[in-house]
Ligand binder design. Structure first.
Ligand code: AMP
Ligand code: ZN
Length: 119
């Protein structure tokens, strides 16, 4: 991927980000438009379009993304009160950036799972 992908460009250091954790294979940085007191995006450095492609293509790397998210939740003091991890996927999932990212939300009660019931 590379120059066409916003998050590949963050990995490459071409676009600035507030990095909170880096491992050999993952990067985590604060969302530019936070929706909660803690709102961090966790990505694999390698480009995968979405969580399904990542999980099917490299399950170990998917696990690394989760482990990085858990370490940040610990760093940010979220383990006691809880937090939410979310992968928006595809059109119905509301995905806007097609480099897989886990949203880590916390720091306040997060409300219902979805904004409204759909059934
Ligand atoms: P999604 O709708 O799941 O694809 O979420 C994309 C997220 O990326 C949104 O929450 C945006 O606020 C966030 N975002 C977009 N550009 C940047 C950026 N340059 N740095 C950090 N977060 C960003
Ligand atoms: Zn990418």
């Amino acid at each position: 991927m590379g120059s066409d992908c916003l998050f590949c460009r963050i990995v490459a250091g071409e676009i600035p980000a507030t990095v909170v954790r880096e491992t050999p294979d993952t990067l985590a940085f604060r969302d530019i438009n936070p929706k909660a007191p803690v709102h961090v995006l966790v990505i694999p450095k390698e480009h995968y379009a979405d969580v399904a492609t990542l999980a099917q293509g490299d399950p170990a790397l998917a696990g690394e993304v989760l482990a990085t998210a858990a370490a940040i939740a610990d760093d940010e003091g979220l383990l006691g009160d809880g937090f939410r991890l979310m992968f928006n996927t595809g059109a119905y999932g509301g995905q806007e950036v097609f480099h897989v990212h886990a949203h880590l939300f916390g720091g306040a009660p997060l409300g219902p799972m979805l904004a409204r019931d759909l059934v």
